[in-house]
Design a protein around this ligand. Structure first.
Ligand code: CP3
Length: 355
């Protein structure tokens, strides 16, 4: 494997000195880019992009080619590949978001779920990882990812997206043993899926716990954090002589940072509702922090975006351990030139915090 030419992202994760704060964006390959929309219509649809390693590689590279200052690549795929590989039949209805042909609501449904073999059942993802690594040729590190067990379970029980998680929460509250059996299968599946991504070439992994923050204080520990803990305990943490960092991102999890940091994760992803300086005072001794500009700020003027980047950098303060990102994925209507202002401002305004 080729030497990394830009290892700022990995250095910041292990709090080694950096020249400027590294930056990437969740959903950086996506619909706000015209070149992404062109690739998607060439492939036919979103899932065909994910399932064809050449297309997945092509769209992973698009934001890096457009914005040479990006410090990391993220595998182009989706968190719902695991439930699809478990036989639920994932499809996307335009404008409707993800849907499953089958749902998981009974003991028989849970019992019937296989634990996917990452090479046999998700081989297209592993092929995408190795294809992207080859194409990157050491330019920046590649991030692999998965959904958290709880977040995946919400989609599997509801059959798609949900506003209130009525069915998934009712299942957890009425039949906790059933929800635990489902989460346990998902934790095993996610662990072997992420380890396979690491073995195929992912140099860091992120767990997207998008809906953990919809749970109550106690339910978060019981149904989300406990299973992320199992995953962290089961992951390969070193490869080719280098640490493989694990980033846990619980959206709306700002009130639980100490507990999340106690899992042994390398870094915590923060959404924009948490002050990053305060988060650093709370858990900065234990973990690195990733985030956390409100993605909606990208609809504001370039001057306002720069000002917000400056505010977040100042809040984090001096020294390493910060990976700049948005507090959630970039949205389809963003002007790509505003994303450029965001990325360039991070490097331009952060060097004084590293001298
Ligand atoms: O960050 C990246 O650039 C990597 C790619 C990535 C995608 N999805 C591509 C995608 C990642 C990391 C995800 C994760 C994901 N997928 C999450 C967790 C992160 C988050 O944003 O909270 C969730 C909840 C999903 C499930 C999912 N997939 C949803 C809710 C949607 C959007 C549906 C819609 O129409 O708005 C998707 C589709 C999806 N995943 C798209 C992309 C680029 C858009 C699909 C398209 O091109 O039509």
């Amino acid at each position: 494997m080729s030497e990394l030419k830009n290892d700022r992202f990995l250095r910041a994760l292990s709090k080694q000195a950096v020249d400027v704060t590294p930056v990437w964006m969740m959903r950086q390959a996506g619909r706000y880019l015209p070149e992404y929309r062109a690739s998607r219509s060439k492939a036919g649809d979103f899932m065909s992009l994910c399932m064809n390693p050449q297309f997945a590689c092509e769209v992973t590279m698009q934001p890096l080619d457009r914005y040479p200052l990006l410090d990391a690549a993220i595998l182009f795929s989706d968190i719902l590949t695991i439930p699809d590989a478990m036989g639920l039949g994932l499809y996307f209805e335009t404008g409707e978001g993800p849907r499953f042909k089958k749902t998981v609501r009974t003991a028989a449904d849970v019992d019937a779920l296989p634990i996917p073999d990452p090479h046999k059942d998700l081989g297209y993802v592993m092929d995408a990882v190795s294809t992207i690594r080859r194409e990157l040729n050491g330019r920046v590190p590649l991030i692999g990812f998965s959904g958290s067990p709880w977040t995946l379970a919400t989609y599997m029980v509801e059959g798609g997206s949900s506003k209130d998680f009525r069915l998934a929460k009712a299942l957890a509250f009425n039949s906790p043993e059933l929800m635990h059996a489902l989460l346990d299968k998902l934790a095993q599946s996610v662990t072997s899926y992420l380890n396979a991504q690491i073995n195929a070439g992912a140099q860091a992994v992120q767990i997207f716990d998008t809906w953990g923050g919809a749970l109550s204080h106690n339910a978060y520990r019981e149904f989300s954090l406990a299973y992320m803990q199992k995953i962290v305990d089961g992951l390969v943490r070193e490869k080719d002589g280098r640490a493989v960092p694990v980033i846990l991102f619980t959206k709306n999890g700002g009130q639980w940072l100490e507990s999340i940091a106690a899992t042994g994760a390398t870094a915590l992803g923060l959404d924009w509702t948490t002050d990053i300086g305060e988060a650093r005072r709370r858990v900065g001794g234990k973990v690195a922090l990733q985030g956390n500009m409100d993605p909606t700020m990208l609809y504001a003027s370039p001057q306002r975006i720069r000002q917000e980047v400056a505010t977040i950098l100042e809040s984090y303060g001096h020294g390493s351990g910060h990976i700049f990102n948005l507090g959630h994925g970039i949205t389809p209507e963003v002007d790509p030139e505003h994303a450029r202002v965001f990325i360039e401002s991070v490097h331009e305004l952060s060097d004084k915090y590293h001298r």
